[in-house]
Design a protein around this ligand. Structure first.
Ligand SMILES: [Fe+2]
Length: 261
């Protein structure tokens, strides 16, 4: 779910895809003409309507990492069952859709594996439907698919999920707005304050150019880093197709002690 799915725009005031395309192109041209390199999505990206209301407007508040660790959730290896990485076996039957394995490595900014880290995912089903009270569009819920899973990275930073390829889904950013197929990822770094939330996309999606969330990353290289690669070595005979996507926790090596000193 995107928060914009409940955007407060009256239907009569909704922009069309053409309006959104024009705004995206204007920002793209402005960025291309600048000498800046932006590696992160823009926090306020007007074509993504609700970003205006949702992005931080005050300076970041510095939290004492040691103090935060006293009251934030904790997890241990015993808390995460390896079966939780398989989203296709959570119910009584097999979910509908294209079964896929998505795997990759979790790496720090120097390319070193980050072991024992909690990775959580959530996603729509093959029809593009979430099990969520705010998702009421007319696509079927799959009783055999909840769309959530989690795992821990192994000693070499490897992680893998077995799941169903999610479908695109409509949202209320503008008239006839559709999200490219994606899987939401939450990754914990060395401590809770380093939590990273992002989305993984699938190669060749025709909705990339039209989607203001994807386009809120103004740099093509940054956008490319969110697209998994089809990998025939992960594809398994008569069972499932496979995608590879490596996650780089830039700055995870820079501990808070170093930055404080
Ligand atoms: Fe989503």
């Amino acid at each position: 779910m995107e928060a914009g799915s409940t955007a407060a725009h009256h239907p009569a005031t909704l922009s069309g895809q053409g309006d959104i395309d024009g705004e995206i192109a204007e920002i793209r041209d402005e960025y291309a003409a600048s000498n800046r390199v932006e590696n992160q999505p823009r926090l306020n990206y007007p074509p993504y309507r609700s970003s205006a209301l949702r992005h931080p407007t005050k300076e970041l508040h510095h939290a004492d990492p040691e103090g935060v660790e006293l009251w934030t959730p904790v997890f241990g290896e015993r808390d995460v069952d390896p079966l939780e990485a398989d989203l296709t076996i959570q119910q009584h039957g097999a979910p509908i859709g294209e079964k896929i394995e998505v795997s990759g490595r979790l790496l720090d900014g120097d390319g070193r594996p980050v072991a024992g880290q909690l990775i959580e995912i959530w996603q729509a089903n093959a029809a593009g439907r979430y099990i969520h009270k705010r998702d009421q569009h007319p696509a079927p819920i799959d009783p055999n698919f909840t769309g959530t899973g989690r795992t821990l990275t192994d000693a070499d930073g490897n992680w893998r999920f077995m799941t169903i390829k999610p479908g695109p889904y409509p949202w209320k950013n503008h008239h006839n707005a559709w999200r490219p197929a994606h899987i939401h990822f939450s990754v914990f770094g060395r401590d809770f304050t380093q939590r990273l939330i992002t989305q993984m996309y699938f190669p060749g999606d025709p909705l990339f150019a039209l989607d203001p969330i994807y386009q809120s990353m103004t740099d093509q290289r940054a956008r490319d880093r969110l697209i998994a690669h089809y990998d025939h070595n992960i594809t398994t005979h008569e069972l499932h197709t496979g995608y590879r996507w490596d996650i780089v926790l830039t700055g995870s090596r820079r501990t808070w002690m170093e930055s404080e000193s």
